[in-house]
Design a protein around this ligand. Structure first.
Ligand code: HEM
Length: 434
């Protein structure tokens, strides 16, 4: 009973209070005050909760923590420098445990190794309902959440925020399908050029094209059906504040399926592994384990070229006649080329989104002398990736080991060998199903 009241408060009252504070209709301290009086005393003893109840409460208290932190830092001089002070005087439950300690114990109780603050997992994967990716009638991936109420929780209850969370989870579900399709090819001794492998590689490429389309479609939606850049920059992103100095706020950069794909397909960026390891605290334990495992293996393109006895340096220097000869001998190279190129094109479409919704509008603000937001800068992403770095990531994906085949690959059309299933990204659908 108590838990239901907590749920209702966070789902309905929290966005209303946030919006009223942002509109200047109520004082910024009202949210923390209400939470102290109404919500926090009702929080249950953590050990009485099931793992799923703990996960749902992590999502909800994540929204609460981010909201309390944001308003405190926005209105308290020096608040940004001492972010943990936002949670002073917020005891939780009948044992009156300090809020952040309660949150950390709750996160631990999920059994997932969840971070001691809100995260990509809590805001996106757990918050949004089940997303299913299909090719026609065939289900390719299922990415569940931890709620079955079809409600998408958000900071201010606007449909733009809800749509953004759904968009990101749809992207992750497509990426999950890609990784699951490619996974059998990572096994020791798995062939990479036979029919079985080629069909998987083609399907993975179709999925990457579907991911690109998801990004492009979002970019051209009218503002009332997407999220206007001002809302993204001034409202939504400003909730991604630090809870403690140096912690890792939520970000698309913590999307584990994208990280896995980079290690499956390879990305030639010096220090990339190190940068990913820095993000580990904000991932779930099984995500850390899988990514570590993939980091320790050779990438699929490396194994492909080694297996065919092709030296990447030789490929880069090869004249068109030699490239044609290689493709003639191993037509599967064309399918791998198309997969790596589809990966790069999806990255390019994502880069376009980041420019459209963040970097370009911020540049216009800078040029007009309007400056930056004080809490969460709009000159870079929340884990610190700026426009130049995102451009570098895209270029590194374009500059993949099979890129030299670009000059001749069009002469090698796909031969349909995959059980009559034609390669067609349009067959892929991604939908919220529960
Ligand atoms: C309007 C939509 C979007 C905008 C404006 C946007 C913006 C950004 C920004 C600014 C970063 C840098 C993050 C940081 O520094 O922590 C980033 C990174 C990232 N985002 Fe997005 N993003 C959008 C949609 C998505 C979606 C739908 C996905 C899900 C697939 C996604 C996945 C990623 C990934 C994987 C990264 C890491 C960088 C990379 O690997 O290229 N983003 N995004």
């Amino acid at each position: 009973m108590l838990l239901r009241q907590v749920d209702e408060w966070v789902d309905a009252e929290l966005p209303r209070l946030n919006q009223a504070i942002l509109d200047g209709a109520i004082p910024p301290g009202s949210l923390a005050g209400q939470a102290r009086e109404v919500l926090l005393p009702r929080l249950p003893s953590i050990t009485r909760l099931s793992r799923d109840e703990a996960r749902r409460l992590v999502v909800r208290l994540g929204f609460l923590g981010a909201s309390v932190a944001r308003h405190y830092q926005e209105w308290t001089p020096g608040g940004k420098e001492l972010p943990e002070r936002a949670f002073d005087g917020l005891p939780a439950g009948s044992d009156e445990i300090p809020f952040r300690h309660y949150f950390a114990a709750l996160a631990e109780h999920t059994g997932d190794g969840h971070y001691g603050r809100d995260s990509y997992a809590s805001l996106v994967r757990w918050n949004v309902g089940t997303i299913e990716v299909r090719r026609g009638d065939e289900v390719l991936s299922v990415l569940p959440g931890v709620f079955d109420d079809r409600h998408v929780r958000s900071y201010t209850g606007t449909s733009g925020e809800e749509r953004f969370f759904v968009l990101v989870k749809q992207g992750e579900a497509i990426e999950l399908a890609v990784n699951e399709v490619l996974e059998p090819l990572t096994h020791d001794g798995a062939g990479l050029v036979g029919e079985h492998a080629v069909c998987r590689v083609r399907l993975a490429a179709d999925l990457m094209m579907a991911l690109r389309k998801l990004f492009l479609d979002f970019a051209v939606l009218p503002p009332e059906r997407s999220m206007p850049p001002e809302q993204f920059m001034d409202v939504f992103r400003q909730f991604a504040v630090h809870w403690t100095v140096g912690d890792i706020p939520p970000s698309g950069a913590l999307d584990p399926e994208a990280l896995k794909r980079d290690f499956l397909l390879g990305i030639a960026i010096p220090g990339y592994e190190h940068n990913v390891r820095r993000l580990f605290p904000a991932l779930l334990s099984r995500e850390r384990t899988t990514i570590e495992d993939l980091m320790a293996r050779d990438t699929l393109p490396f194994r492909l070229l080694t297996g065919l006895g092709i030296d990447p340096g030789e490929l880069r220097a090869a004249p068109p006649a030699r490239l044609r000869q290689l493709l003639g001998e191993d037509p599967a190279l064309a399918d791998w080329y198309r997969l790596l190129t589809a990966h790069a094109r999806a990255a390019g479409a994502h880069l376009m989104l980041s420019k459209k919704f963040l970097f370009k509008p911020q540049r216009r603000r800078d040029e007009a002398g309007a400056g930056d937001r004080r809490l969460v800068s709009n000159r870079s992403g929340t884990t610190g990736m700026n426009e130049t770095y995102l451009e570098r990531l895209t270029r590194a994906r374009q500059d993949h080991p099979l890129a030299p085949l670009r000059a001749v690959v069009a002469d090698f059309p796909q031969i349909n060998r995959c059980d009559g299933v034609r390669s067609h990204p349009e067959l892929i659908s991604v939908a919220l199903v529960g």
